[in-house]
Design a protein around this ligand. Structure first.
Ligand SMILES: Nc1ncnc2c1ncn2[C@@H]1O[C@H](COP(=O)(O)OP(=O)(O)O)[C@@H](O)[C@H]1O
Ligand SMILES: O=P(O)(O)O[C@H]1O[C@H](CO)[C@@H](O[C@H]2O[C@H](CO)[C@@H](O)[C@H](O)[C@H]2O)[C@H](O)[C@H]1O
Length: 464
């Protein structure tokens, strides 16, 4: 992509002054995916001046390629591209102290303070105004659904939740998600909600506006940088709600059933909106091989898995055997990373599904592939199990009942019960549990017993 030279200075000098500050600040951010490897430099992909720094405030939009040595055993890589919004002020007021990036020592911004601009309502409102007016600034294209209105003057606040990206809420009316690690091409976080909106599916907030950056010479097309959706005000996510009911000793059957119905509504609409394919032996064998390879890598990383390896492997060979006998399955676009935390319940009891990005660590092309819908169902079944095993004492019967209610709800809408396909379901649930073992070993070792208890069950193929 051609870089946008800022009107009041050159990209080079701006970056030279930011470089030492970003090297220490960037790896500390929750959304920075390259943790554990030093940052050795930056290349600008695009730098756009959104507000010229005057005595009070300046604002830059940056797309930066971040150079790092490759992870051990990984091939050389040009570096991930990140989206940053950098504010410039003479000094930061105390309320913006957590946003500090540092003090610039040299160049045109010498003596100024730079900071993470999303913490500051004013720059966040500049973004909203650009979306509202469908602005074109440098290579940035702010787009809006012409049928949806955005009221002027909505007050912005940054969400403080632990996230892979960053979100700003505007007056309890909209939420803007800024993607942090970006790649050129269609992003399922915009693609799927737009497709669902076209189908009239009410289970996903319909995108109101979005931000693209031109990507000259990139065959995949422009970057998707941000998506604005209606904010589900007063919502509680499914994970919080499930834990709350568990703590009260209450069942979660009606909600689990309703979540099953919501998942099926989304799957049915996606199957109408986007192509479906039939998976036979030629597709299933590599899919089962991929699951086996992930298991082998997981056993290397987490030796506690070793006693179960043989039993878990049998889940994948059973799937490949069925395919070899001529069994086929339909695949379609799916959510790709569904769990209770991705389900929001409005105060009136309606469920919405959010975050269609898929597993962010996987390549875009893989995240956009058609997959058996059971993949999402397996994710939700694991989530009920997670909730039940994080309660004290663990409540396996609670999980069992929720899982059954969820499948029944799904069947009511989709016309097919996932439990009638136990081999496929077990393979996907096993793959997810193995992923979770690695995830917990890396990020939350105290939680490792939760997926390990499922591994024990799945290795002996107990039915759900
Ligand atoms: N439409 C929405 N209405 C209300 N809250 C939302 C909405 N979309 C997202 N959120 C909140 O923002 C959080 C992060 O959103 P998500 O899309 O999962 O971002 P990330 O990919 O960074 O994890 C969610 O956990 C939820 O609490
Ligand atoms: O939400 P993310 O896309 O960042 O997903 C990652 O983190 C999740 C935890 O926050 C993790 O989910 C696992 O723990 C959840 C409870 O905290 C549980 O509801 C999920 O079922 C379980 O998989 C997810 O695996 C990981 O990719």
């Amino acid at each position: 992509m051609a870089e946008t030279v800022t009107p009041s200075g050159t990209t080079g000098t701006l970056l030279a002054s930011l470089d030492p500050l970003l090297r220490t600040w960037l790896p500390r951010q929750r959304w920075f995916a390259g943790k554990g490897r030093p940052v050795t430099g930056f290349t600008p992909v695009a730098v756009t001046e959104l507000l010229r720094p005057d005595g009070r405030l300046g604002l830059y939009h940056l797309l930066l390629r971040v150079h790092q040595p490759p992870a051990l055993g990984a091939p050389a890589h040009p570096g991930d591209c990140y989206q940053l919004l950098i504010g410039v002020r003479e000094a930061l007021p105390p309320r913006l102290a957590p946003a500090l990036i540092g003090h610039v020592e040299e160049g045109p911004l010498a003596g100024r303070t730079v900071y993470e601009a999303l913490y500051d309502p004013r720059p966040a409102e500049v973004l909203m105004e650009a979306l509202r007016t469908r602005a074109r600034i440098g290579g940035l294209r702010f787009e809006r659904d012409p049928h949806q209105e955005i009221r002027e003057g909505l007050v912005a606040r940054l969400m403080t939740a632990e996230q892979s990206n960053s979100s700003v809420v505007y007056g309890d009316t909209f939420i803007l998600k800024l993607l942090r690690r970006v790649v050129p091409g269609v992003n399922p976080d915009l693609e799927l909600p737009l497709a669902l909106a076209r189908e009239g599916c009410p289970r996903v907030p319909a995108p109101t506006a979005w931000l693209h950056a031109e990507a000259d010479g990139e065959p995949a097309g422009p970057y998707v940088l941000a998506v604005l959706q209606p904010y589900v005000s007063g919502a509680t996510d499914g994970w919080e709600l499930a834990l709350r009911e568990l703590a009260k000793g209450e069942d979660f059957l009606a909600e689990a059933r309703s979540l099953g119905r919501a998942t099926a509504e989304v799957h049915t609409a996606l199957a109408r909106a986007l192509p479906t394919v039939t998976l036979g032996h030629a597709q299933l064998q590599p899919l089962a091989d991929g699951m086996t390879e992930r298991l082998e890598a997981a056993v290397q990383a987490v030796p506690a898995l070793r006693p179960f390896e043989r039993g878990l492997r049998s889940a994948y060979t059973a799937l490949a055997d069925l395919a070899a006998e001529g069994r086929t399955w339909t695949a379609q676009r799916v959510h790709g990373d569904l769990h209770l935390g991705q389900c929001l319940r409005s105060p009136s009891g309606e469920w919405s599904l959010i975050d269609f990005e898929g597993e962010p660590a996987r390549p875009l092309a893989e995240r956009r592939m058609a997959q058996p819908p059971v993949r999402d169902i397996a994710g939700m079944l694991r989530s009920f199990d997670y909730a039940a095993h994080s309660a004290t004492p663990a409540a396996p019967d609670w999980a069992h009942a929720c899982r059954a209610a969820y499948c029944s709800g799904y069947a009511e809408v989709a016309g097919r019960d996932p439990r009638t396909d136990p081999v496929l379901l077990r393979a996907y649930e096993t793959d997810k549990a193995v992923y979770e073992v690695v995830y917990e070993a890396r990020h939350r070792p105290d939680w490792l017993p939760v997926p390990l208890s499922a591994v024990r069950r799945l290795a002996t193929s107990e039915p759900i």
